[in-house]
Design a protein around this ligand. Structure first.
Ligand code: NAD
Ligand code: MG
Length: 413
């Protein structure tokens, strides 16, 4: 019997980022099974060209339409047959086409929603790292995946851990993504590293700089998710993500701070069993699960030596110092467009913090203000969600512009 998985034609969206780099590392280890056919990035043409020379995809897409000619010329000068494309519509068409059967959705932020949705609607295997699209449009995205038979494999270490612990059919998480069955689940325990400021009181966070905030103790990640980890908004987004992926209510989702980042999450069943997935903090494991599932393939990540690691600690999150986690639970409870408002407000606030325009403690303050000020309506269409996202962005931008007395730590250079 041939137990080799089929050759996968892979689109890596956000190829120049942290997850994109890890995905390409795993792909390069399996030239017989995995092939890159589409590479997409935001605006860094040189970095995208370098990846094209290395992986020789059939298509390369740059989001910035003004950079199309530079990409096309650079590909030609490199003697590559790769076709150049630019802009969101081109990316959506390629993702939905037979240019790929597997999509790594690793664009950061709500900017990833159109391509993620296109992959779900086209029934692709979707390695979903772009958690913001689930927070913004979770119902629509999982319904689209369910209707088209798309198999979603979460590429967030916690949700990937839960995916591995749940007794899903070998076909993948399609049924889970659509909220299929409770699996005898009592609760999900999401672990959190606690970020670089774990143990600090709220008052001690007023002056922290962007450089300190993105210096994550355990994970190497892009700047936006690193700040989210420092505020615990990342865990809040992940609570909402878990709700959509696994069809569980907020009351069954708990957060446990685990500073070693070796237990990636736990699942408790009604018979008293708790299953956990452990491993070194390296996203290549989750990506290898995504590419190979239901088979296991090499990822380049070493096994876990628990004797060398020594201990596993757990503590409760400090919601006073890190209110973003509470705000995310609040938004999930409010439902409708509230998570979209939360996500957009957070994206604007984090970008302003990284540019040195606001202080760290203003991030939760701005998100809280947006949630309290903006209306919550039923999230029954993509247009409604896009409007809520845009309204929240405008609201927070205006609030920042009105507040010249903000603490201004040095911007990240
Ligand atoms: P990153 O900043 O390192 O990379 C982001 C990528 O998105 C880059 O390739 C960039 O060119 C591209 N991009 C940005 N804006 C774009 C746009 N408008 N259109 C098209 N492409 C655009 O970020 P990252 O750390 O790799 O995170 C990517 C996603 O994965 C995020 O949603 C994050 O929450 C999620 N995630 C990351 C990790 C991690 O370990 N890095 C873990 C779990 C989940
Ligand atoms: Mg995570």
């Amino acid at each position: 019997m041939n137990d080799q998985p089929p050759l996968r034609d892979i689109a890596v969206l956000g190829a120049t980022g942290s997850i994109g780099t890890s995905a390409l590392d795993v792909v390069a280890r399996h030239p017989d099974r995995l092939r890159v056919t589409v590479l997409a990035a935001g605006s860094n043409v040189e970095a995208l060209l370098a990846l094209c020379r290395r992986h020789r995809p059939a298509h390369a897409v740059i989001a910035d339409t003004g950079a199309h000619a530079r990409l096309r010329d650079g590909l030609r000068e490199s003697g590559l047959p790769t076709q150049a494309h630019a802009g969101d519509p081109a990316l959506g068409e390629l993702v939905a086409s037979d240019a790929c059967d597997t999509v790594v959705a690793a664009i950061v932020g709500a900017a990833g929603l159109p391509s993620t949705l296109a992959a779900a609607r086209a029934g692709k295997r979707l390695l979903l790292a772009n958690k913001e699209s689930l927070v913004l449009a979770g119902e629509l995205l999982t319904a689209a995946a369910g209707a088209a038979g798309a198999c979603i494999v979460p590429i967030d270490s916690e949700h990937n851990a839960i995916f591995q612990c749940l007794p899903v059919a070998p076909a993948g998480i399609g049924a889970c993504a659509a909220g299929g069955g409770s699996h005898g689940l009592r609760r999900i325990l999401l672990t959190a590293s606690g970020g670089p400021f774990r143990g600090r009181a709220r008052a001690a966070l007023a002056d922290v700089t962007p450089a300190q905030a993105i210096a994550h103790p355990k994970w190497s990640m892009g700047p936006k998710i690193s700040v989210d980890s420092a505020t615990l908004m990342n865990k809040g987004l992940e609570v909402i993500e878990a709700h959509h992926l696994f069809g569980v209510p907020a009351t069954q989702i708990h957060v446990l701070v685990h500073p070693q980042s070796l237990v990636h999450s736990l699942v408790e069943f009604i018979d008293g069993s708790t299953l956990a997935q452990l491993g070194l903090p390296d996203m290549r494991t989750a990506l290898a699960v995504g590419f190979g599932w239901p088979q296991r393939i090499e990822s380049g990540v070493a096994g876990l030596d628990l004797l060398a690691q020594g201990r596993l600690d757990f503590e409760a999150p400090d919601l006073d110092a890190f209110p973003c986690l509470r705000l995310a639970f609040d938004a999930l409870a409010a439902g409708g467009t509230a998570p979209a408002v939360l996500n957009a407000a957070n994206e604007v606030a984090v970008a302003a913090f990284l540019h040195g325009r606001i202080g760290f403690l203003q991030i939760p303050a701005l998100v809280e203000d947006a949630l309290a000020s903006l209306p919550v309506v039923a999230a029954d269409s993509l247009d409604v969600l896009r409007d809520a996202d845009a309204l929240s962005r405008r609201h927070v931008e205006q609030a920042i512009a009105r507040n010249p007395t903000a603490v201004r730590p040095r911007a990240l250079s």
